[in-house]
Design a protein around this ligand. Structure first.
Ligand code: F6P
Length: 358
């Protein structure tokens, strides 16, 4: 059986992309007569016809490599159907590249935006298989995305390191964890790093409630506080605003989420507060063992689906099972932290506050 497979990585990168590419391609070479075309920089490459024929050796030695050997770019889904100044019909261009390359299927590795476009291409008649990657872990229908656990290790290490210096100085350190809409990474790293407060976008906070905890810790023999704050965390007033209004407010004040919290705590409690933003470090470097395994499992399952002619799906982890969901069922459905999530309950029962209640 001969299969020509196009493969691309789209959206923000994360550790494990190369491990997943390796998983798909190695399993495909093992299981059938595979020809692989690597598409550069995600959907941009598919639109512009920027690709290269790959050989088996191109996928050797990349298991531990961070980033993506194919390159990536953000090509927003909302623009896919829009004809811009360049007059390019992007959907037609992608279909043409697929056809010109005589592909039997397209494998897309990406997050929510990538999956929306994958679903669009599937509805347009292309054979598409998705692989869910993102450090945000916010793709519906899978317990975990690859990249999440490595970012979790990094974010936890940052919190650990802030812990010791905060303790030495009796300071309050506000660690800003990536995640604009979804607070999974902040929630898990906050628990793993033993934070005193976890502030996530899904649970708007009242700074006075946070200040109370900081104050009581400052007066106790501990004397320091660690806060894990998501990039997209917002207080109850900001939560009432429209997204654009909120962003404009933050931009005018030159505040990131953590800088804003630290500033308010300085004013309200008079503590020495510092904010730390590890930023893209959380997306860099080698995947950890968990993500190498998950990426490989996802990649191999994608190759099995190609072999079996199952398309219009994205692979997923449910419990201990590697399975798949229909693209149409998960595209455009972000997986946010529910207020009654088990990990939120675990944290609250440990005395970690979210700033929503006393
Ligand atoms: O989706 C992953 C992510 O790292 C988010 O956590 C973050 O909000 C965003 O990407 C940052 O995007 P960019 O890499 O475009 O700055």
């Amino acid at each position: 059986m001969k299969r020509r497979i196009g493969i691309l990585t789209s959206g923000g990168d994360c550790p494990g992309l190369n491990a997943a590419i390796r998983g798909v391609t190695r399993a495909a070479y093992e299981m059938f007569d595979a020809e692989i075309v690597g598409i550069h920089d995600g959907y941009r490459g598919l639109i512009e016809g920027d690709y290269q024929a790959m050989k088996r050796s191109d996928f050797s030695g990349i298991l531990t490599l961070g980033g993506t050997i194919l390159g990536t770019a953000r090509t927003p889904f909302r623009d896919m159907r829009k004809i811009g100044e360049d007059k390019v019909d992007k959907v037609a261009a992608m279909k043409k590249t697929y056809k010109d390359l005589k592909l039997d299927c397209l494998v897309t590795l990406g997050g929510n935006g990538t999956h929306k476009t994958a679903n669009l291409l599937s509805q347009e008649g292309l054979n598409v298989i998705g692989l869910p990657k993102t450090i945000d872990n916010d793709i519906y229908g899978t317990d975990f995305t690859f990249g999440f656990h490595t970012a979790l290790d990094i974010a936890t290490d940052v919190i650990d390191r802030c812990h010791t210096t905060a303790a030495s100085h009796g300071r309050c350190i506000v660690v800003e964890i990536m995640g604009n809409k979804a607070g999974w990474l902040t929630l898990y790293s906050g628990v793993a790093g033993g934070a005193d407060a976890i502030l996530i976008p899904e649970i708007p906070y009242d700074i006075k409630k946070v200040a109370k905890v900081v104050e009581s810790r400052a007066k106790s023999n501990k004397g320091f506080t660690i806060l894990a704050v998501a990039e997209g965390a917002m207080d109850k007033e900001e939560a009432k605003m429209k997204k654009k209004e909120r962003e404009a407010k933050r931009a005018a004040e030159h505040f990131s989420a953590s800088a804003y919290v630290a500033q308010q705590l300085r004013e309200l409690v008079g503590v020495e507060a510092r904010n730390v933003v590890p930023g893209h470090i959380q997306r860099g470097g080698s995947p950890n063992a968990y993500d190498r395994v998950l990426s490989t499992q996802f990649g191999v399952h994608a190759a099995e689906l190609i072999r079996d002619g199952v398309f219009g799906v994205t692979v997923a982890l449910k419990g201990n099972e590697i399975t798949h969901n229909k693209l149409a069922d998960i595209a455009g459905v972000p997986k946010l932290v529910p207020e009654d999530d088990r990990m939120v309950k675990t944290a609250k029962n440990m005395g970690i506050i979210f700033g929503d209640e006393d």
